[in-house]
Write a protein that binds this ligand. Structure first.
Ligand code: SF4
Length: 181
């Protein structure tokens, strides 16, 4: 019987959620028996090669490439999971949301103390993704089926969610898994 297929991506995130996923320790050996990974930085497969059962998204959408990747995950994945505060709420990158984009770019590339004002330039190569006016949580761009909170969500929470989705049972996210104070 073919194994369920998982794909993962990091959008505007720090890869901490992926690190937490790998923090399931030796259960990763069991995971490899249970599932097959497709497009993911975990196996370095760059494009979808088959339909995916579970898509796992870290990070929100800060630029046009993030939106493109997220939409391709929605098209290729039966179930899409937002993992971590950046995917769910924008997280730390969304701290810029209260500041006009032009002001952010000028502060980062022209006015920061490490830049010579006469040489500073705001990156404008046509190959670069366009930065969005603000950072958008994933569910504002595509339909998201499940949300796993935390920064990052603990490994046990991710393990429980992934195994429940694989086995087709309800997620049993206990209070201690989703309580962070
Ligand atoms: S939620 Fe936290 S750990 Fe995950 S990508 Fe964002 S900052 Fe990193």
């Amino acid at each position: 019987m073919s194994k369920p297929v998982i794909a993962t991506a990091s959008l505007a995130g720090c890869f901490g959620c992926h690190m937490s996923f790998l923090d399931i320790d030796d259960r990763i050996l069991k995971l490899v028996e249970l599932v097959e990974f497709n497009k993911s930085p975990i196996d370095d497969i760059k494009t979808f090669t088959k339909p995916v059962d579970i898509g796992i998204i870290e990070g929100g959408c800060s630029n046009t490439e993030n939106v493109e990747v997220l939409r391709s995950f929605r098209e290729n994945c039966k179930v899409l999971v937002s993992v971590g505060e950046c995917a769910i709420m924008g997280g730390l990158p969304a701290l810029r949301n209260g500041i006009p984009l032009k002001e952010c770019l000028e502060e980062a590339y022209l006015k920061t103390p490490s830049v010579d004002p006469s040489e500073g330039i705001i990156p404008n190569d046509e190959d670069l993704p366009i930065i969005l006016d603000r950072v958008y949580p994933c569910h504002e761009v595509v339909k998201i089926d499940y949300f796993l909170p935390g920064c990052p969500p603990p490994a046990d929470l991710i393990w429980e969610a992934v195994t429940a989705l694989i086995e087709g049972r309800p997620l049993n996210l206990t209070y201690d898994m989703v309580k962070f104070d």
